[in-house]
Design a protein around this ligand. Structure first.
Ligand code: BTN
Length: 249
C-alpha cells in the first residue's frame, strides 16, 4: 500500500500529463496530479481534450520497474478496467469500455485515457503517465463533440463529488501498480466490460473505410473482427480507431 501524501492539486494547468511528464524524475511512484481545469488538455492521436470545470483531470505516475514496450500497450487497457471499476465503486454507475480505452455511459463517451510513456531506454520504458479525463458535472459540450461526449450529470441527472471519484481512481491505480503483471485478471475484467464485442464496427485503413463485426479480444488487447467474407482479422491498438456502424459506440 502506498502513502497518499503524493497528490498534487492544481486549479488550472495546461495538461496534467505534461505537468507530470516534465517533473517525473522529481516525484515518487504513484504520484497523482489533479486539476480543476486544463487549458491544453491532450487526447490521443494529437487531438485536444476539452477540459472545463466540472470534470476530473488526473494523471498518475506509474513506475513498475521495467516495462517493455508491449507491456505499455496493455497498461492503457488495464487502466480502462481500473477506471471503470473505480467509477462503479464511487458512484454505483456501471460504465463500459469501448475498444481500446474510452469509457462509455449510455453510448456516450464520458472518459478518455491517454498513456504517455517515459523515456525509452534499451527496449525498456521505466515509467508511464496515465492521464484520465472524466466528464462529471459539466452541463454542456462544444458542438463538435456534442453527439459523442456526455457527463454523469447529463446522463444521470445529478451532480457527483469529483473528489470521491478521484480517490476511488487513485486507489484502483495503486492496485494496478501492484498487480501490473496480473494479466489474467485484467483481461477477464476487460472482456466482461467491453461493449465493442458483438457490434458491427467501422474503421479506416490506408484511406479505405472497412466494416466488420467485433467478435472478441486477444490476450494482448487486440480486437478480433470478422469481415463479410468470414475472414478473421485482429486490429491492434494504436493502428486504427473504430466506430459503431450507427454511432460512436
Ligand atoms: C482521449 O480520449 O483522447 C484521451 C483523453 C485523455 C485526457 C486526460 S485529462 C488528464 C490528462 N491530461 C491530459 O492532457 N490528457 C489526459
Amino acid at each position: 500500500m502506498k502513502t497518499r501524501e503524493n497528490i498534487i492539486l492544481l486549479d488550472e494547468v495546461d495538461s496534467t500529463n505534461s505537468y507530470l511528464k516534465e517533473r517525473a524524475g522529481q516525484f515518487p511512484d504513484g504520484t497523482a496530479v489533479i486539476a480543476r481545469r486544463q487549458t491544453c488538455g491532450r487526447g490521443r492521436t494529437g487531438k485536444s481534450f476539452v477540459s472545463a470545470d466540472g470534470g476530473l483531470y488526473l494523471s498518475y505516475l506509474l513506475n513498475t520497474g521495467n516495462l517493455t514496450v508491449k507491456d505499455t500497450i496493455s497498461v492503457t487497457s488495464k487502466a480502462a478496467v481500473a477506471v471503470s471499476d473505480a467509477i462503479f465503486k464511487a458512484t454505483g454507475i456501471r460504465t463500459q469500455i469501448k475498444w481500446v480505452n474510452d469509457i462509455i455511459l449510455n453510448s456516450r463517451k464520458i472518459c478518455g485515457i491517454l498513456v504517455d510513456p517515459g523515456k525509452f531506454e534499451n527496449g525498456i520504458i521505466p515509467y508511464v503517465i496515465i492521464g484520465i479525463g472524466i466528464n462529471i458535472n459539466q452541463n454542456n459540450f462544444p458542438a463538435e463533440i456534442g453527439n459523442i461526449a456526455s457527463s454523469f450529470r447529463l446522463e444521470v441527472g445529478r451532480e457527483y463529488d469529483v473528489g470521491t471519484i478521484a480517490e476511488a481512481i487513485i486507489k484502483e491505480l495503486d492496485n494496478l501498480s501492484c498487480n501490473i503483471h496480473n494479466d489474467q485478471d485484467y483481461i477477464k475484467r476487460y472482456r466482461d466490460n467491453c461493449c465493442t464485442i458483438g457490434r458491427e464496427i467501422l474503421f479506416e485503413r490506408e484511406g479505405e473505410k472497412i466494416s466488420a463485426v467485433a467478435i472478441g479480444i486477444t490476450d494482448d488487447y487486440g480486437l478480433i473482427v470478422k469481415y463479410d467474407d468470414e475472414i478473421i482479422d485482429v486490429l491492434k491498438a494504436g493502428e486504427v480507431s473504430v466506430r459503431g456502424i450507427a454511432g460512436y459506440v
